[in-house]
Design a protein around this ligand. Structure first.
Ligand SMILES: Nc1ncnc2c1ncn2[C@@H]1O[C@H](COP(=O)(O)OP(=O)(O)O)[C@@H](O)[C@H]1O
Ligand SMILES: [Mg+2]
Length: 343
């Protein structure tokens, strides 16, 4: 690949140092994605400039117009502290006609709402858990069709923000309490979903018009405490000590019937299309004991540290880390016209 000028948008606290020397595992964990991406692309000879972005668009514009990057690689998961503003940054880049990596703004909007993405998937005959939405300042009444236990989450946060063992509720009192917690502490509407007991499986997809689907990947909960729900809580996702203590590991899903695994890959592609995603995304499922893969959510622009699920699944499928990053850059540079549906 020719040498590129790459502007990398990152959270201002996550501008990576040049070396991991002297940092604890916990500290490295905070900016490992940013570190891996910058280091790997620089190592391949690209000119890489990280830019910290909090709540200002002007510096992005100044860099785009002044430095003229070939592509903007965005690792931002929020703008001004708001996760749902990621689509606005993508829109801004789109309006400047600068190529950027990851998903287009419409896909980001469609995938964001944990209700909307399930409604769209359901229309395409993908199994989804039943759910109810509890808007802010509204009394919590469980619809009769929704049986306990339920899992209560923020309607549009991600990264397991607000998800702990207490998120799974088996009484109406606990449901009301947890919905309140989401409203008060996370500050968003809540969604309560039918709790799917089973395996946690992820399918990565890469592509714009043509898609490459990665092998089905599993998050395993090796050694949870007695009575714990096997779910990806905030700790399970982000705390390396906890992961080690609890034997939380990821790897290729073992002992899946080949036709089930192929079906899940086809489902992942259908979901990717239905939600108008492009670039790269990870589609998450829970596989129930009776073998039904329920679609949980789509993550456009999932985290791509070398050790994380997406990059690990790609490597397992023969796509080395540098190759993966370069494919993501190429997909950003090759994205078609202003709207995917207008092509
Ligand atoms: N309906 C469900 N049934 C069982 N587990 C669930 C369900 N919804 C979420 N979970 C668990 O909670 C985790 C986080 O939920 P998710 O909807 O993916 O939110 P986030 O966007 O924060 O990652 C999932 O990875 C899974 O382990
Ligand atoms: Mg998730």
């Amino acid at each position: 690949m020719k040498r590129l000028r790459i502007l990398v948008l990152v959270h201002p606290d996550l501008i990576p140092p040049n070396s991991t020397k002297g940092y604890s595992e916990q500290e490295i964990n905070e900016w490992k994605t940013e570190y891996d991406v910058v280091k790997t692309l620089r190592g391949a000879g690209h000119e890489v400039r990280p830019l910290g972005v909090h709540d200002e668009l002007k510096p992005i514009r100044a860099e785009v117009e002044g430095w003229k990057p070939d592509v903007v690689l965005t690792l931002l998961e929020q703008f001004s502290g708001e996760a749902i503003y990621d689509q606005n940054v993508a829109s801004f880049l789109e309006l400047m006609h600068v190529p950027y990596t990851g998903c287009n703004p419409r896909g980001l909007v469609l995938a964001r709402g944990k209700d909307l993405c399930k409604t769209l998937a359901h229309y395409h005959r993908i199994p989804v858990p039943s759910f109810a939405v509890f808007p802010m300042h509204r009394k919590v009444r469980r619809p009769a069709r929704l049986a306990l236990p339920l899992i209560v989450k923020s309607l549009n946060e991600h990264g397991s923000y607000g998800i702990s063992q207490a998120s799974v509720v088996d009484t109406d009192a606990k449901l009301a309490e947890r919905v309140d917690f989401i409203h008060e502490r996370i500050g968003t509407a809540a969604i309560a979903e039918q709790y799917i007991k089973g395996r946690e499986l992820y399918v990565g997809v890469l592509g714009n018009d043509r898609m490459r689907v990665l092998p089905v990947w599993e998050l395993e909960f090796g050694n949870m405490a007695q009575g714990d729900w096997l779910i990806a809580t905030e700790k399970a996702k982000h705390d390396p000590d906890y992961q080690e203590r609890r034997g939380i590991l990821h790897g290729p899903a073992k002992n899946l019937a080949p036709d089930l695994s192929a079906r899940m890959q086809r489902m992942a592609k259908r979901i990717y299309r239905a939600l108008e995603l492009d670039g790269y995304a990870r589609i998450d499922f829970r596989l129930s004991a009776d073998g039904i893969p329920y679609f949980l959510e789509a993550n456009p622009n999932p985290e791509i540290a070398e050790s994380q699920e997406f990059a690990a699944a790609a490597r397992h499928d023969g796509i080395k880390y540098l190759d993966l990053l370069q494919r993501i850059l190429t997909l950003g540079m090759r994205r078609g016209g202003p709207s995917p549906s207008a092509d």
